[in-house]
Design a protein around this ligand. Structure first.
Ligand code: UD1
Ligand code: MG
Length: 457
C-alpha cells in the first residue's frame, strides 16, 4: 500500500470501464479478459483498487460479457447496452452507486498498470490548494497521437479536448488524458447530466465534465503519472509488450525479496506467485497462477508449475511439472520428468524420476521408484492412491487406484498393484524370470552368419 495521505482522503468508490470489445485484439474474448502474468487485465486493476481500499467497485461491461461479470466477482457489474461513449458508460453505474457519497474514481479495464501510489496522489490532490472537484490523471507519452489533450491555464485544468476535435494548436499540447479521473460523486453526476454528444464521434464524452465544471466555477486539477504506468492495451502487440514489462517487474521483485535466479530473463512468473527467501530458481521455469514457494526451496530449472505449493527445503526438477493441488512437503524431492497433480508429498518423500503422481498421498520419507504411475482414472472416475510413510515403491510400479500401500510396505519393481498392501508387507506380481545360459551369444552368432551369407550373394 502507498503512504497514507496526511489529511484523510474521502471514502472513494470506483467505476471500471470495460464495455469495449477491443476489436483490435482480434479475439472472441473481451479485451479486459486477456491475461498479463496469468491474470486478466481487469483483475490487475481490481487488485490495485483493493490495495488502496477503494470500495465499492462497479464494473461497466458490454452485453454478452458474462465472462467479465464472473471474473470481477464479488464486485458488481452493470451492463452498458449501447456503447455511446465514456460519459454514457459511467452513467450506467449511477444507480449502483446512488447511496454513495464521497469520491468516485474512474479507471479503465484496459489500463492495468496504474500504480496504487498514483491513485493515492490523486486522492491527496483533491484535498490540496483550491480543492479541485475533479482531478484528472495526465501523462506525457512519447507520441500523444489520439489521446485527449489537457488544456491548462497556468496550474488550472480548463478542459479536455479529444484529438479528433482538437485544433492544430491544441494538438501540439503534450500533456494527455490517461482516462483516469477522480471526482466528488455529487459533482460527477450533476456534470454528467449536462454532457451532450455534440462532437465528431457523436459520443457522450466523460472528458467534457472538466469544461462543464469550470463553467460552474469549480476548480479542476491534474496529477501527472509515468507514461509506462498508463499505457493502454489495444492489440496483441501491446499485450506482449505489457507482458514483458510486467515480467521484468515481477522478476526484480522476486530477486529483491531474496530469490536467486541464474537467468531471470527466462523465468516467467504470475502476478500472484509467492516466493520466499533463499529460493533458487534455475533457468526456464514457468510459474502459472496460484504457486506458493516457501523458504529454502531449490528449483532446478526447466519446470512448469501451476496451483502448487512447495514447502521449505524441497528440491524440484529439473523438468518437473507440478499441476493444481500439488503440495510438496518440507525437504521432499521431485526429480526429472515427474508430474504431480492433486497430490501431497509429505515431509522428506522422494519421487525422483519419470513418474506420474495424481490424486495421491505419498507419506513422509516414502521413496517412489523411477517410472511409477498412479493409474487414477478409469475413463469415468478419478480415484485416490495412498502411500504410507516410509514405503518403498519399486521402479515401474503401476498403482491402480483406489489403492493403499501401508506404512513401511514395499512393492517389487514392475508390479501392478490392484489390492491394498498392508504395512511392512511386500507386494510383487512380476512374472518369474527364466534364464537360458549362453542364449545371447548363440543368438548373435546365428544372426551374424545370416548377415554374412546375404552379403556374399
Ligand atoms: C479516451 C478518452 C481520451 C483519453 C483516452 C486514454 C474520452 C472521451 N476520451 O479515449 O481523452 O486520452 O481514453 O486512453 O473519454 N468504454 C466503455 N463504453 C463506451 C466507451 C468506452 O465502456 O461507450 C470504455 C472502453 O472499453 C475503454 C475506455 O472506456 O476501456 C476508453 O474508451 P476508448 O473508446 O478507448 O476511449 P478513447 O477514444 O481511447
Ligand atoms: Mg482507447
Amino acid at each position: 500500500m502507498s503512504q497514507a495521505p496526511t489529511v484523510a482522503a474521502a471514502p472513494t468508490a470506483a467505476i471500471v470501464l470495460a464495455a469495449g470489445i477491443g476489436s483490435r485484439m482480434k479475439s472472441a474474448l473481451p479485451k479486459v479478459m486477456h491475461r498479463i502474468a496469468g491474470r486478466p487485465m481487469v483483475n490487475h486493476v481490481l487488485a490495485t483498487l483493493a490495495s488502496e481500499r477503494i470500495t465499492p467497485v462497479v464494473v461497466v461491461v458490454g452485453p454478452d460479457m458474462d465472462i467479465v461479470t464472473k471474473a470481477v466477482e464479488p464486485h458488481q457489474a452493470v451492463i452498458q447496452k449501447d456503447r455511446l461513449g465514456t460519459g454514457h458508460a459511467v452513467l450506467q453505474a449511477k444507480n449502483a452507486l446512488a447511496a454513495f457519497t464521497g469520491d468516485i474514481l474512474i479507471v479503465y479495464g484496459d489500463t492495468p498498470f496504474v500504480a496504487a501510489a498514483t491513485i493515492a496522489k490523486m486522492r491527496t490532490a483533491r484535498l490540496a490548494g483550491d480543492k479541485p472537484s475533479v482531478v484528472v490523471l495526465g501523462f506525457s507519452p512519447s507520441d500523444p497521437g489520439a489521446y485527449g489533450r489537457l488544456i491548462m491555464k497556468g496550474d488550472s485544468l480548463e478542459r479536455i479536448v479529444e484529438a479528433k476535435d482538437a485544433t492544430p494548436e491544441e494538438l501540439k499540447c503534450g500533456l494527455c488524458n490517461s482516462g483516469i479521473i477522480l471526482a466528488d460523486a455529487n459533482v460527477l453526476w450533476k456534470l454528467l447530466a449536462d454532457v451532450t454528444p455534440n462532437n465528431s464521434k457523436n459520443e457522450y464524452y466523460l472528458t467534457d465534465i472538466v469544461g462543464l465544471a469550470r463553467k460552474a466555477g469549480l476548480a479542476c486539477g491534474v496529477v501527472e503519472g509515468a507514461a509506462d504506468e498508463l499505457m493502454g492495451i489495444n492489440s496483441r502487440v501491446e499485450l506482449a509488450a505489457a507482458e514483458a514489462i510486467f515480467q521484468n517487474n515481477l522478476r526484480r521483485r522476486a530477486l529483491e525479496n531474496g530469490a536467486t535466479m541464474t537467468a531471470p530473463e527466462t523465468v516467467y512468473l504470475s502476478a500472484d506467485t509467492k516466493i520466499g527467501r533463499d529460493v533458487e530458481i534455475g533457468p526456464f521455469t514457468v510459474f502459472g497462477p496460484g504457486v506458493v514457494i516457501d523458504d529454502n526451496v531449490s528449483i532446478k530449472g526447466f519446470c512448469h508449475f501451476e496451483g502448487a505449493h512447495l514447502a521449505a527445503g524441497s528440491v524440484v526438477g529439473p523438468y518437473a511439472r507440478l499441476r493444481p493441488g500439488a503440495d510438496i512437503g518440507p525437504d521432499a524431492h521431485v526429480g526429472n520428468f515427474v508430474e504431480v497433480k492433486n497430490a501431497t508429498l509429505e515431509s522428506g518423500a522422494k519421487v525422483n524420476h519419470l513418474s506420474y503422481i495424481g490424486d495421491a498421498r505419498v507419506g513422509a520419507k516414502a521413496n517412489v521408484g523411477a517410472g511409477t504411475i498412479t493409474a487414477n482414472y478409469d475413463g469415468f472416475n478419478k480415484s485416490h492412491t495412498d502411500i504410507g510413510a516410509g514405503a518403498s515403491i519399486g521402479s515401474n510400479t503401476v498403482l491402480v487406484a483406489p489403492v493403499k500401500v501401508g506404512d513401511g510396505a514395499m512393492t517389487g519393481a514392475g508390479s501392478v498393484v490392484r489390492k491394498n498392501v498392508p504395512a511392512d508387507a511386500l507386494a510383487l506380481n512380476e512374472g518369474r524370470q527364466e534364464t537360458r545360459e549362453g542364449f545371447a551369444a548363440k543368438y548373435r552368432k546365428t544372426k551374424q552368419a545370416q548377415k554374412d551369407a546375404a552379403k556374399k550373394k
